[in-house]
Design a protein around this ligand. Sequence first.
Ligand SMILES: Cc1cc2nc3c(=O)[nH]c(=O)nc-3n(C[C@H](O)[C@H](O)[C@H](O)COP(=O)(O)OP(=O)(O)OC[C@H]3O[C@@H](n4cnc5c(N)ncnc54)[C@H](O)[C@@H]3O)c2cc1C
Length: 430
Amino acid sequence: MKVAVVGAGWAGIAAATALIDAGHTVSVLEMAPQPGGRARSVAGPDAARPYDNGQHILIGAYRDSLALMRRLGVDPQAVLQRLPLALPYPGEPGLRLPPGPALISFTRGVLAHGGWPLTARLALLAAATGWLARGFRCDDRLTVATLCAGLPGVVKRDLIEPLCVAALNTPAPQASARVFLRVLKDALFSGPGSADLLLPRQPLSELLAAPAAAWLGPRLRLGERVQRIEPGWRVDGEAFDAVVLACTSVEAARLTASIAPDWSATAGAFAFQPIITVYLHSPGSALPAPMLALREGPQAPAQFVFDHGQLGGTPGRFAFVVSGAAPWVERGGCAEAVLAQAVQALTWATPPVIDKVLTEKRATFACTPGLARPSARVAPGLWAAGDYVDGPYPATLEGAVRSGLAAAQGVDGGVKGANGAASGSPTNAP
Ligand SMILES: Cc1cc2nc3c(=O)[nH]c(=O)nc-3n(C[C@H](O)[C@H](O)[C@H](O)COP(=O)(O)OP(=O)(O)OC[C@H]3O[C@@H](n4cnc5c(N)ncnc54)[C@H](O)[C@@H]3O)c2cc1C
């Protein structure tokens, strides 16, 4: 089959790779001058030291992303720093999970937390036992704040709220408890090392986008914004047997408005949450760890800081992450507030200065309770891939990759079905 993949983010790269491996002829049409979508590098004044379009963290449970990297010739061990899950705060060791089987590791880590009273540690273990007993499932209408309402304040402040905003990019009072529990389950219980943090040691584009561009060669067509798709299928007039829409939800909604109005309406209905990344520069400075959690407050926007010097990157470069940043986009002054927070919370060898500020207004969809997400299948021969497509995860790299693989399987299943090789179904319905 001749297949068009629209968009070369991680979802489009995953779909294209799987389709090519299945023997199809693929063209990837990407409107930007580079692949990678939201997970890419951004040029700075020094070409050798690009910025990431927002600091990204992977975890050990991102198995499909890691497998895709390997497929494209990237050694995850070389480009990612693996650290056991730890949430140290400045001057406080915080929660650390020791190595070992998930349950034992979590229990030992919580019990050993020196900063929480014993009652708080036991309350968290009791709550986690309840979540485990219920298979990490809950009512779809619950928010994370409601799910965790009974937990002690220090546990919510130091663990639940930062984890929730980091994983779902949505503050706990608005975030879906069902998705949060699913992330916890996969992080804690999908095999050894699944909770480990994997921090990029290379510019973000080197993790997947640049190797994918080299692997795809002329099959990747940059600078081509798809304007129109017609049933049959024609993409801006060019004929294809199938199409994978791996663009953003907004663009997918536009392109499908007349083809599949209901699907388009669902894809077009998302609310978004911004992420602001503030890079500070302070020559000679280093954090006590490559990544620290920070206490967010009315005047303190950032929840995490990363020391790029300790991650094989530019020494003296520090990435402060402000997730769920809608209030700061509205009120302005985020970078100055981050600078003040940094000076107040951390020790510096030289006074930090604001180096670069990256604001992604539509960083991810707001992951709220009961959210309707569109299906992967749009119409026969037309599939969608992207972090917003229906699935168990919030908007993440792993969600994007898995949806790309699912869309490729859908296209491939359609061929096999049409050939009588699979279920014999004449359509490519999943
Ligand atoms: C600042 C920030 C921090 C993040 N941190 C993390 C993190 O720590 N961990 C994590 O797992 N996830 C994180 N994410 C989320 C992660 O980046 C996304 O979930 C993932 O990159 C989405 O990939 P995608 O392929 O679905 O979409 P995208 O990356 O948005 O790719 C869509 C592509 O389609 C192209 N396109 C759009 N319209 C058209 C058109 N009409 N024609 C052709 N091409 C088109 C776009 O240019 C783009 O390249 C973060 C996101 C941001 C913004």
